[in-house]
Design a protein around this ligand. Structure first.
Ligand code: 4NP
Length: 154
């Protein structure tokens, strides 16, 4: 099993959106038995909370399941449990480095560095633009799946 963890700051906007979108991709590609996905935040404000209503709204709009999305904190142990730790922006990546104690480890990646954009996923908690976040996260998830398939022969 290949294990993927999406990470953002609050774990209520971007990383649960990525988790739901990626799980949907896996289902469509029949890869649920080969690749597993989860998400976590580096800040503790929303532990145990459901996603932000903007994230729920856009996932519902595109008929993507929101089952099982509950806020949790990134832990040091996550480094060993997951094969890919995917930050939504540069500060998330730095926070993953700090919490796991593994600076510059290649399995810690900023999502849109896997695309032509090489930029942060903007935080809709502040921008209010959940559509833009959805488009970018969706593109990033497709690029990530391609990378995982290539690297793991699936
Ligand atoms: P996220 O957005 O990192 O995409 O989940 C945020 C959600 C909540 C907060 C910050 C960012 N907050 O400060 O509570």
């Amino acid at each position: 099993m290949v294990n993927v963890l999406f990470v953002c700051l609050g774990n209520i906007c971007r990383s649960p959106m990525a988790e739901a979108l990626f799980r949907d991709l896996l289902k469509k590609e029949n890869l649920n038995e080969k690749i597993a996905v989860d998400s976590a935040g580096t800040g503790s404000w929303h532990i145990g909370d459901p996603p932000h209503k903007g994230t729920l709204g856009i996932l519902n709009k595109y008929k993507i399941s929101v089952d099982g999305l509950i806020g949790r904190l990134l832990t040091k142990d996550d480094f060993d449990k997951f094969d890919y730790l995917i930050g939504m922006d540069e500060s998330n990546k730095k926070n993953i480095y700090k919490i796991t104690g593994k600076p510059n480890h290649p399995k810690i990646i900023r999502l849109l560095d896997l695309t032509k954009h090489n930029r942060d996923v903007p935080d809709p908690y502040y921008t209010g633009d959940f559509d833009e976040t959805y488009r970018l996260v969706s593109e990033g998830c497709r690029a990530l799946l391609e990378k995982i398939r290539n690297e793991n022969n699936i």
